[in-house]
Design a protein around this ligand. Structure first.
Ligand SMILES: C[S@@+](CC[C@H](N)C(=O)[O-])C[C@H]1O[C@@H](n2cnc3c(N)ncnc32)[C@H](O)[C@@H]1O
Length: 249
């Protein structure tokens, strides 16, 4: 049998993670494994995360009310539902069928969110300039580098002029023991450890993106980075960078 492509491997892994324990796979936190996330707490975390992002946009003088929003890698809809409070319509896309099943099952927005399968390494199912806001958190970090670049370019394409993207990527592992493993161990060994020692249903790969690289990719595709914020996540052992990007009109 031929080796799976990187994209197929990601789809396969996230399908398995979604089948086994979708809320834990979306947000890995102590004590939440094995279906132990309380749904109200899970959704409240999404509201807090999106609320912080909207406050940031407010500080930057950017719109806080949106028409059509794309939640890329929506998982169980944690952020999509929160985004619906600031938007007319939210489209959540994901590569994992069981994640989308969970999103539909948990949806309390009364039709403001639509959850769609996108099992392509691009966003060709969406027209140019068809979204006002693209939002993505805890997703790009799990993809191989060339696929991240393709989606970044696609985000710029599907945004209307002056539309905004709010994106999160991981930047580098922290200087903790687990961070050092991420930094120095080969990817295949980390994935093996996740399967055999941590007993993950499937591996969760991590890919760092250099902020200068991201800036170059979005600039080449007609975007500009308006602001960034770094955040050290000791639980994940990674530093993240969050980006506000404007599609130039
Ligand atoms: C850690 S979860 C985060 C979900 C959601 N963004 C949140 O923060 O609640 C990562 C999600 O990205 C999805 N994903 C992974 N690769 C993807 C791709 N190429 N296209 C769309 N979704 C993808 C996974 O299936 C999973 O639901």
């Amino acid at each position: 049998m031929s080796r799976l492509s990187d994209f197929d491997e990601v789809r396969h892994d996230w399908t398995r993670l979604g089948e086994r324990d979708p809320l834990w796979a979306v947000y890995v936190a102590p004590g939440k494994r094995g279906g132990r996330w309380d749904v109200d707490q899970f959704l409240a975390k999404g509201r807090a995360d999106v609320g912080a992002a909207m406050a940031w946009l407010d500080e930057l003088g950017l719109l806080r009310r949106w028409g059509r929003v794309l939640d890329f890698g929506c998982g169980a809809g944690r952020l999509s539902q929160a985004l619906a409070e600031y938007a007319d319509a939210v489209v959540g896309v994901d590569v994992s069928v069981p994640m989308l099943d969970a999103a539909r099952r948990l949806d309390r927005t009364g039709g403001a969110c639509r959850f769609l399968l996108n099992d392509a390494p691009d966003l060709r199912r969406f027209d140019d300039a068809s979204f006002d806001l693209v939002y993505s958190e805890l997703v790009l970090q799990h993809l191989p580098a060339p696929i991240i670049d393709t989606y970044l370019a696609e985000f710029m394409r599907v945004l209307r002029p002056d539309g905004i993207a709010v994106l999160q990527c991981v930047t580098s592992p922290l200087w903790t023991i687990k961070g050092a493993i991420w930094r120095f161990a080969p990817g295949w060994l980390v994935r093996l450890g996740q399967r055999v020692i941590l007993r993950y249903p499937a591996p969760m790969r991590m890919t760092a993106v250099d902020p200068d690289h991201l800036r170059a990719v979005v600039t080449a595709k007609g975007g500009e980075v308006v602001d960034t914020r770094d955040h050290d996540d000791p639980a994940a052992h990674w530093r993240s960078t969050r980006y506000v990007i404007r599609r130039i009109g």
